[in-house]
Design a protein around this ligand. Structure first.
Ligand SMILES: Cc1ncc(COP(=O)(O)O)c(C=O)c1O
Length: 411
């Protein structure tokens, strides 16, 4: 049986323990197990934002664009080198994940004009499935949704008609982590291109886009990267595709000699061709600040702590929660999961609400999942232990049973 003394010892010997105090609110009573949805605010980011607003914007005014204009690429390079296994010139910060997904999926489909099938997972994040369906509908293509995206599931549906395989590296509900290398290789051997959604991977698990020969990838920065609500997303396009891949939104930030204001769109032959309009500078400053913190911690140490936290969570769930009607809805093998764990219970919604009333923030995911995020920089072993203890006590005492389920709930 794991004791409080055990977890306090884990915190004492945690090589990342100093990072928690570098976030606003880390010392309040809240047990925050939702850093995989919206990460906490780094103290340095609040300072950085103040500087960009009060100095660069307030006094530099339009002259600050001289420096700002290079940020989508320079911060993309930093993110690529430290968290994505991408060499220079293949990552930019821009738009939202949904918009980037649209741009890159469209570019991929244009590169395979005679093929009519897109492969994705029926459990993929809704925006991914909607964007792919929209593209398929506009072009008269077919989307094949597989149930569960293990290598054999993907391989079973690949054919010489497959244009694109678009999957999430880490599943937003179960936390299942897919083998990027073997799925990418299988898609390539069928002549298809791949597009990975890295929203639940970036900053939590090592990603090796170049080494896996990935074609396209997208992801957000408001989860483990801690860049704040609505922070701009990133996109990756392998440099081998920079001259051939064209995106569908012909904006002036992708244009050669942008400020000559030419009459004909002719995109640059570099990653900037996937930019569209004026970059969100304040948001990019926060992405940079978040990435620097993760880079200082190091992705291998982040991954090791993520595994230790999620393993502790599963052990506590087995001993405390299984007798109360819970089951583990995430892979038990650490190598096959990201940094969150979902617990199944028929009353997951009411239990999640009761947890929030008891100062523990989880996420509820339909229909029966309590999703618990273990963001390695901001979650201590003691936080997790205490959150799980409150969960056990709420359920064993029935303190969730009087919570009403709204007739039409927005989640
Ligand atoms: C896996 C995944 N993809 C895409 C999105 C949506 O991204 P955005 O709202 O930035 O377009 C999310 C949001 O949580 C997500 O978890």
């Amino acid at each position: 049986m794991i004791t409080r003394a055990d977890v306090e010892e884990l915190d004492r010997t945690d090589p990342l323990r100093g990072f928690r105090d570098r976030f606003v609110g880390a010392d309040d009573d809240l047990i925050y197990l939702d850093g995989n949805s919206l990460g906490r605010l780094p103290v340095a980011s609040a300072d950085r934002l103040f500087d960009v607003v009060h100095s660069q914007w307030a006094h530099g005014l339009v002259r600050s664009w001289e420096s700002w204009i290079s940020w989508p690429r320079s911060v993309g390079d930093l993110l690529g080198a430290t968290l994505l296994g991408a060499t220079e010139g293949q990552v930019v910060i821009s738009d939202s994940t949904s918009v980037n997904l649209y741009k890159l999926a469209a570019a991929a489909l244009d590169l395979r004009p005679s093929r009519r099938t897109i492969v994705t997972d029926s459990g993929n994040f809704p925006t991914d499935r909607y964007v792919l369906s929209g593209l398929a509908s506009a072009r008269g293509l077919r989307v094949v949704e597989i149930d569960g995206a293990a290598l054999q599931d993907v391989a079973a549906v690949l054919s010489d008609d497959t244009a694109l395989v678009a999957l999430s590296h880490v599943d937003y509900r179960t936390g299942a982590l897919l083998p990027m290398d073997s799925i990418t290789a299988a898609a390539h051997s069928a002549g298809a291109l791949v597009l990975w959604d890295l929203c639940h991977s970036v900053g939590a698990v090592p990603v090796s886009l170049d080494a896996c020969a990935v074609d396209f990838a997208v992801g957000c920065t408001y989860k483990y990267v801690n860049a704040g609500p609505g922070a701009p997303a990133f996109l990756y396009v392998a440099s081998a595709l920079h001259s051939s891949a064209r995106q569908p939104i012909w904006g002036w930030f992708g244009q050669q000699a942008q400020f000559e204001m030419g009459s004909v769109y002719s995109p640059v032959e570099s990653i900037e061709r996937f930019l569209v309009g004026s970059p969100p500078i304040l948001g990019i400053a926060l992405v940079e600040s978040g990435v620097r913190l993760l880079a200082e911690a190091g992705i291998d140490r982040l991954r090791a702590k993520g595994i230790a936290l999620t393993s502790l969570l599963i052990s506590l769930a087995d001993s405390w929660l299984a007798p109360l009607g819970f089951s583990v809805g995430s892979p038990r093998s650490a190598a096959d999961r990201g940094s969150h764990v979902s617990l199944r219970h028929d009353d997951a919604y009411r239990i999640s609400q009761a947890l929030i009333e008891h100062q523990v923030v989880p996420d509820f995911r339909r229909p029966d999942l309590v999703r618990l995020g273990c963001s390695p920089l901001t979650t201590s072993f003691s936080d997790l232990y205490e959150g799980m203890r409150r969960l056990r006590d709420i359920v064993s005492s029935g303190r969730y049973l009087d919570i009403e389920i709204p007739a039409r709930r927005v989640t």
